[in-house]
Design a protein around this ligand. Sequence first.
Ligand code: SAH
Ligand code: MG
Length: 203
Amino acid sequence: MSISAELAETVAATTGFMPVDEGEALHAAALSAGAGTWLEIGTYCGKSTLLLGDAARSVGASLVTVDHHHGSEENQPGWEWHDTALVDPRSGRLDTLPHFRPVLDSLADVCSAVVGGTEVVAKWWSSPVQLLFLDGNHTEETAQHDYRAFARHVVPGGLLLVHDVFPDLVEGGQAPWHVVQAALADGFVQRSVHGSLRVLERS
Ligand code: SAH
Ligand code: MG
């Protein structure tokens, strides 16, 4: 099942960092995951959440998406990926949570949002995960933390999807690539590559 025209339109209208072709690949891969709990790290305004949520609804899975909603380093003022439209005038801080609200409402039957840092969520997370999508902080330390903290919950046959994987330093940061290398060393098997999206499976 591919993406409906209506979903494609909603995704296109949602702020975020998911190229159309990689979003389609994300959706297709998710449709092959088992029902159960799916976990997204890195919500931002919900662009990828819309795709995962639609697939979760088809499969009968429950999606959880985690973000503190204050953006990554590269989203802060003065950095390359800063969007002034996402600054909360009251706090002066970047805040994607109000922008994510309509997405969450559209997925209310299938998606729960956890608003918090991954370091805090990792302390209590214990559910087995059928699909893990890593698209949060891209510093080496936090990317590795998120992998170690959450990939251990991926069940045999479960999927690990990693975004922004650039083996060539010229194309982008290396942390997600290092996460993929760690996953391969841990026995995950790579199923496919779609641009910067890697689909791996726990054997
Ligand atoms: N998946 C999104 C893009 C995510 S951008 C899309 O499709 O558009 C990365 C997100 O990770 C940002 O929203 C940022 O707030 C979040 N993030 C960064 N570090 C984090 C941390 N330590 N804990 C929780 N979220 C974090
Ligand atoms: Mg990304």
